[in-house]
Design a protein around this ligand. Structure first.
Ligand code: PLZ
Length: 453
C-alpha cells in the first residue's frame, strides 16, 4: 500500500480535561433536544476526521478503531471520495432513480455484480441503509420462491426496522418493548466455536452445527416452506463470531438442494473488511443474494442487494424502490471508495492488519485470564472477555471488564467498540488505511487497558 495522503496528523492527542468544555456544552444542548433513545458510546463531539483519526471540538485526537461501526474503511475523508462527492453535488443532488435515472446508479450496479462472489448473471438494486437492504432481500426471496418462512440464527443482527428487529436476535436494546414483530421468522442455533457444546467427536464441527440447524428447520418449519436462510458470514453485533469451518458451505449446499434462497448479510463483513471483498469468499460460498452497506460508499448512506438475475428479476416492475435509494451523491462516493479499495488493494491490507492484530491479541491473552477467546478475520478482530478463572470452564461473560477497558482506552485517545450478545466482546474495526505505526500505538493502549482491568 502506498501511504495515503491525509490532512490531519495521524497521531492521538488528549489535551487538557476530557471530555473537554466544548463537548460538555454540546452534551448539555443535546440532552434538551435530542431523543434519549439514541445513545452515543463516546462522550466527545467530532469536529473533523481523516484517515484513522477523529478530532473532537476541543482539539483532542483519537485513533478510530471503530470506523463509525465498520463504515470508513477507506478513511474518514478519503480524497477520492471527497472529490467525487464535490463533483456530484455541483451537478445534481437528487432526481430519484425511479423518476429520472442517472449513470452513477448503473455504474455501481456494474461494480457490485462484478465484485460479489460468483460469476453467474446478476442484478442489483440500491437503497439507503443496511436494514433496508435486508428487508428487500427478504422481499425478493419470498416473491421468487412463493414461500414465507425466513430462517435466522442465534446472535444475529440485521437492523432496527420492524422486519429486521424480528430477524435480529438480541432483545435489549434493539427489540425490547417495540413489538409486535413480523411473523414467519424462525431462529436456529449458530455455530459459535468458543461457546459450543461438544459434538459427537469432541468439539462440534461446522458441519455438525449446520446439521443441527438443518434438522430443526426440517422438523419445525419444513424445507418447502422456507423462502430464505439469512446469515452474516462473520456475525457483527452478535460478537464477531466466526462459524466453524464447514458451517456456511453445508448450509449453502442444503439451501441449493431445497430451493431455499441463501442470503449473505455482508453489511458489516463486506467491502474488504475481512481480507477479501466479501467474507463469504473465505469458504468459497456463493450466496444467491448479498446485502451490502456500511463500507460501500466511504461514509455516505448507500446499501444494496445483489443477486441471481432470475431471483431479482422475478419481481414485477415497480415492486422495489424508494425515494432516495441509490442517491446520485452516494453512488459517486461508492464508485470512488471502490476505486480506492482497488488502487490500495484493501482486501490485502485488511489481511495484513489481521496479521498484526491477531498475534498481539493472542500474546495478550497469555498474560491475563480475562480473555476467553481471540477471533475474527482480517481487520474484523475481537476479544471475548470472561470473569477471571472461567475462560476454560464456565466462560462467564465479563461485560464490566469490556466497559472499563473501552473507557480506559478512550481516555488515552483510542476509540473502541463493544459488541456481543453478552456485551463482553471488544471489537477492532480500524479504517483499512491505518498505518502500521498508528495501529501498533493503538494496540499498546488496548494492551495496557486490558492488563489494568
Ligand atoms: N446487517 C450485519 O451489522 C448494522 C448497527 C448499530 P443499518 N450494524 C450496526 C446499531 O446499533 O444500530 C447492520 C449489520 C448487519 C444489517 C445492519 C443494519 O444496517 O445501516 O444500521 O440499517
Amino acid at each position: 500500500m502506498t501511504a495515503i495522503a491525509t490532512r490531519l496528523e495521524q497521531a492521538r492527542r488528549i489535551t487538557g480535561s476530557f471530555p473537554g468544555p466544548r463537548s460538555q456544552e454540546l452534551a448539555r444542548r443535546r440532552s434538551a433536544v435530542v431523543a434519549a433513545g439514541v445513545a452515543s458510546s463516546v462522550p466527545v463531539y467530532a469536529a473533523d476526521a481523516d484517515g484513522a483519526i477523529v478530532r473532537d471540538v476541543d482539539g483532542n485526537q483519537f485513533i478510530d478503531l471503530g470506523s463509525g461501526i465498520a463504515v470508513t474503511s477507506v478513511g474518514a475523508s478519503d480524497r477520492a471520495v471527497v472529490a467525487a462527492v464535490r463533483d456530484a453535488v455541483e451537478h445534481f443532488t437528487h432526481t430519484c432513480f425511479m423518476v429520472t435515472p442517472y449513470e452513477g446508479y448503473v455504474a455501481v450496479a456494474e461494480q457490485l455484480n462484478e465484485l460479489t462472489p460468483g460469476d453467474h448473471e446478476k442484478r442489483t438494486v440500491l437503497f439507503n441503509s443496511g436494514a433496508e437492504a435486508v428487508e428487500n432481500a427478504v422481499k425478493v426471496a419470498r416473491l421468487a420462491t412463493g414461500r414465507n418462512a425466513v430462517v435466522v440464527f442465534d446472535h444475529a443482527y440485521h437492523g432496527r426496522t420492524n422486519l429486521t428487529m424480528a430477524l435480529t436476535a438480541k432483545s435489549m436494546p434493539y427489540k425490547h418493548g417495540f413489538g409486535p414483530f413480523a411473523p414467519e421468522v424462525y431462529r436456529v442455533p449458530m455455530s459459535y466455536p468458543y461457546r459450543e457444546e461438544a459434538g459427537i467427536a469432541g468439539k462440534m464441527t461446522g458441519e455438525e452445527a449446520a446439521r443441527r440447524a438443518i434438522g430443526m428447520i426440517e422438523k419445525q418449519i419444513g424445507a418447502d416452506q422456507v423462502a430464505a436462510i439469512l446469515i452474516e458470514p462473520v456475525q457483527g453485533e452478535g460478537g464477531f463470531i466466526v462459524p466453524a469451518e464447514g458451517f456456511l458451505p453445508t448450509l449453502a449446499a442444503w439451501a441449493k438442494e431445497t430451493g431455499v434462497v441463501f442470503i449473505a448479510d455482508e453489511v458489516q463483513s463486506g467491502f474488504c473488511r475481512t481480507g477479501a471483498w466479501f467474507a463469504s469468499e473465505h469458504e468459497h460460498v456463493v450466496p444467491d443474494l448479498v446485502t451490502m452497506a456500511k463500507g460501500i460508499a466511504g461514509g455516505l448512506p448507500l446499501s444494496a442487494v445483489t443477486g441471481r438475475a432470475e431471483l431479482m428479476d422475478a419481481v414485477h416492475g415497480g415492486g422495489l424502490g424508494g425515494t432516495y435509494g441509490g442517491n446520485p451523491v452516494a453512488c459517486a462516493a461508492a464508485l470512488a471508495a471502490i476505486q480506492t479499495m482497488k488502487d490500495q488493494d484493501l482486501p490485502a491490507r485488511a489481511g495484513h492488519i489481521g496479521d498484526i492484530i491477531a498475534p498481539r491479541l493472542r500474546a495478550l491473552a497469555e498474560k491475563t485470564d480475562i480473555i476467553g477467546d481471540v477471533r475474527g478475520r482480517g481487520a474484523m478482530m475481537a476479544i471475548e472477555l470472561v470473569k477471571p478463572g472461567t475462560a476454560g470452564t464456565t466462560k462467564e461473560p465479563n461485560p464490566e471488564a469490556a466497559k472499563s477497558i473501552v473507557q480506559a482506552a478512550l481516555a488515552e485517545g483510542v476509540i473502541l467498540l463493544t459488541c456481543g450478545t453478552y456485551g463482553n466482546v471488544i471489537r477492532l474495526l480500524p479504517p483499512l488505511v491505518i498505518s502500521d505505526e498508528l495501529l501498533a500505538d493503538a494496540l499498546d493502549v488496548l494492551e495496557a487497558a486490558v492488563l489494568a482491568a
